[in-house]
Design a protein around this ligand. Structure first.
Ligand SMILES: [Zn+2]
Length: 340
């Protein structure tokens, strides 16, 4: 089969001919029909993910067709259209049994990092990870559901407990996760202030339903948020950027507000003034991807037309290098997908 292989960190992706893998017990061989690249792929390529090893076939956001099932697999059959969660979990620990498998106590890593991924014609995925896709959802759309839609769905519903009528700030609002966060927040009946850089990204956020869109290099978004809420401050901040925006985000938060930290690509250290947390009863929450049950909910929402996966380009697998360069330059609005 055709596969793109990273043979050394910092090096190119090589198009290679590899044997089609065999599914083991509780595993499924999937014919990859779409695989969505994202910033995480760049982190791995750059050798900045300590547990990754080369050679490796990247690609952790996958949609395709079940080709063959291994021993013991139930719930899916050859010919089924499927998408997948990204984490390799045990399915047996306390957290997995409680439906919080992203906190698995026997966490084994990620698809496309710790197993060969979807930058190939076929890949093997644990049956535990698979969710069926209806015909109405295309494979490129299906490939972005677990990350671009699942991540903000988990963050806004389970972590932020966002309510109708609330005001929410989304930082990094025109990225892959951001544009879907804007849509989901609107779907849930909230008003959205989008924060991102440059007129094209602000326009994209407005087109997806943001009430206000602000470039933090041009304008203080905390001041705008206070004006927007009649001085009260917002109820929820969805932080997709990290320390570069968090100080301003805090100034925009009202009493009892929740900040959900989903992404932190601008650094890892941040100073929090504890008195302000106490006085305002702020909740500072982390959020980690999506559970399989929530991914099934996301599939239903998309199938019902309540949210639209934003795929702004579909490219042949051979163009992965070009797409990675565009990702590196932060040029991609929404998400793109590769077709092996
Ligand atoms: Zn587990």
């Amino acid at each position: 089969m055709k596969a793109l292989v990273l043979e050394e960190f910092g090096g190119p992706l090589w198009l290679r001919d590899l044997p089609v893998p065999e599914p083991g017990p509780d595993e499924v061989l999937v014919q990859v029909r779409a695989c969505a690249p994202d910033q995480f792929d760049l982190t791995i390529r750059d050798g900045k993910f300590p547990s990754a090893r080369v050679p490796i076939v990247l690609g952790h956001e996958i949609a395709g067709i079940v080709e063959r099932i291994g021993p013991g697999v139930t719930g899916v059959a050859p010919g089924d259209r499927v998408t997948s969660t990204l984490y390799l979990t045990c399915g047996r620990c306390r957290q997995c049994l409680a439906g919080r498998e992203t906190l698995c106590e026997d966490f084994r890593g990620y698809l496309g990092i710790h197993t060969p991924g979807g930058y190939a014609e076929y890949t093997v995925i644990p049956s535990l990870n698979l969710v069926k896709l209806p015909e109405s959802i295309s494979f490129p759309q299906g490939s972005i559901l677990a990350n671009a839609l699942g991540t903000p769905f988990h963050a806004l519903t389970r972590r932020a407990r966002l309510q109708p009528g609330e005001h929410v700030i989304v930082t990094g609002a025109a990225g892959g996760v951001g544009l879907h966060a804007v849509q989901l927040a609107r779907m849930m009946g909230a008003s959205v202030l989008a924060v991102d850089l440059g007129p094209d990204k602000l326009r994209a956020a407005r087109e997806r339903g943001a009430d206000l869109a602000i470039d933090p290099s041009q304008e203080d978004f905390a001041r705008a948020a206070l004006e927007w809420t009649g001085g009260r401050g917002v109820d929820v901040v969805l932080e997709l950027v990290g320390p570069a925006t968090m100080e301003t985000s805090l100034k925009a938060m009202g009493k009892g507000a929740r900040m959900v930290i989903v992404g932190s690509h601008t650094g890892s250290d941040w100073t929090l003034h504890t008195q302000a947390v106490i006085a305002n009863e702020w909740e500072i929450l982390g959020s980690r991807n999506v559970t399989k049950r929530e991914l099934a909910d996301v599939v239903e929402l998309v199938a019902a037309g309540r949210v639209e996966p934003v795929v702004t380009g579909v490219h042949p697998l051979e163009e992965a290098e070009d797409i990675h360069q565009r990702l590196r330059r932060q040029e991609i609005i929404g998400r793109v997908a590769l077709e092996p």
